[in-house]
Design a protein around this ligand. Structure first.
Ligand code: F3S
Length: 428
């Protein structure tokens, strides 16, 4: 792989052992991928504070420097970890002390994470602690090379913002933070960003639930390819695109889609394909919509719901405002738990705006930093949960061994207040 003089110098150790280890990792990674060179990035979103048994063991052996060296740099040497070279943020991690008393989430994880936050904050990592960094100030511009993890954020970064990232891992982002470099391959190359599949909606896609259902269908249909989607699409808002992309990356492995007129690189359908011949369209109609809905509800049998989960991906202020409005003056059903996930930075705005007070007065909890799927926890004794997120409905039954219902926000709030699931697919 071609290396610039600066990269050779970093590899030789001129900027210290950690940077040399990081460059070594990037060279091995890039060569394995067939990348011809590295490219510069000044936007890294990774994870290093998330507690795990492996990190706890390494931390006990040699502190957070040891953990970062082994897990984020694939290096067994005892090295110091300097300040990150380029802006880097921590994505979602484990729950904080907010969850004490709400679930059996281990206290030692909370303590470990608090300790990691202090260590990595000192090294310049911005602890955004969310799967939606783009909602709280990390907004790369069109064409910018990024190194992001988290599938729902990656697809948003490429498709909505027009910035460029592959779906990176803890090691490649760890190395990118210390060097400002990432292999130039995959979604970084313009020719790899054109659409390869065409999906036409023949039934309207206009509500939050419909964007989730459509995304779930598209991901299943195209798997890891790049779809251009057209047809009867309403004007989406940020939250709908957030749910759509997360769903495409759940049932499939979509990292980039094109919506003509929305995706920056696709002013037209022809531009989405870069002038290449378009494939025959895959059709999304009423039957496909119904099938996606039934697949997402295939894990539900009991209508007695004990846990309602909202905010996957993490909720925006618009969503929190909607939830607070629906809960105003209501009380949750005895024995029902309602958790709403949001970024830590938005939680402080929700507090100021009174949304948190309304949610808590109803008996719900506004939580930050994590989610039940990421932290593998839910209220003690949960058997059946309901959500408006295709991603959580897909993953949580397998992770926690519980039943799932997928519906609209209104249906989820109704379930929280009555303890009963009454969802059904409305006409599009
Ligand atoms: Fe975020 Fe958890 Fe969903 S990390 S995207 S809320 S599965």
């Amino acid at each position: 792989m071609y290396l610039t003089d600066e990269e050779k110098s970093m590899h030789a150790g001129d900027e210290g052992d950690a940077v040399a280890a990081a460059m070594d990792l990037l060279i091995r990674y890039g060569e394995a991928l067939g990348a011809e060179r590295l490219c510069e990035t000044r936007n890294v979103a990774g994870t290093m504070t998330q507690p795990s048994p492996a990190k706890a063991k390494l931390f006990a052996e040699g502190g957070w420097a040891k953990s970062y060296a082994v897990i984020n740099l694939d290096c067994d040497d005892d090295i110091e970890i300097p300040r990150m070279k380029v802006p880097m943020c921590q994505l979602q991690h484990g729950f904080t002390g907010e969850v004490k008393g709400l679930s059996p989430y281990p206290l030692k994880n909370i303590e470990l994470q608090d300790d990691a936050e202090a260590f990595f904050s000192d090294r310049g990592v911005n602890v955004l602690a969310t799967c939606t960094p783009y909602q709280v100030g990390n907004l790369p511009v069109r064409g910018e090379h990024c190194a992001w993890m988290e599938s729902s954020a990656v697809v948003y970064c490429n498709s909505v913002l027009g910035a460029r990232t592959n779906c990176e891992g803890g090691a490649s982002t760890g190395a990118a933070g210390l060097t400002g470099k990432i292999p130039y391959w995959g979604n970084h190359l313009p020719e790899n960003r054109y659409a390869t599949r065409l999906v036409r909606a023949e039934t309207p896609v206009a509500s939050m639930q419909d964007w989730g259902l459509f995304g779930y269908f598209v991901g299943e249909a195209v798997q890891e390819e790049r779809p251009a989607v057209t047809g009867r699409l309403g004007q989406p808002i940020l939250d709908e695109l957030k749910h759509f992309g997360a769903a495409t990356a759940t049932s499939g492995g979509v990292e980039m889609y094109h919506i003509p007129g929305i995706t920056p690189e696709a002013p037209t359908l022809e531009a989405a394909f870069g002038g290449h011949r378009m494939p025959e369209a895959i059709t999304y109609g009423a039957a496909e919509r119904r099938a996606a809905y039934e697949a997402l509800n295939s894990q539900g049998t009991s209508e007695d719901v004990d846990f309602i989960l909202l905010g996957c991906p993490h909720a925006s202020l618009t969503q929190l405002s909607d939830i607070a409005r629906m809960l105003e003056g209501k009380r949750l059903h005895d024995g029902s738990e309602l958790w709403i996930m949001t970024p830590r930075a938005l939680r402080s705005v929700a507090d100021r705006n009174g949304y948190t007070a309304v949610i808590e007065a109803a008996g719900g909890h506004l939580l930050t930093d994590s989610c039940p799927a990421m932290s593998r926890t839910a209220p003690e004794g949960t058997r059946v949960f309901a959500t408006d997120s295709a991603k959580q409905a897909h993953y949580l039954p397998a992770i926690l061994g519980i039943e799932a219902w997928f519906g609209t926000l209104e249906e989820c709030i109704q379930a929280a207040v009555t303890g009963r699931w009454r969802g059904e697919l409305a006409a599009a």
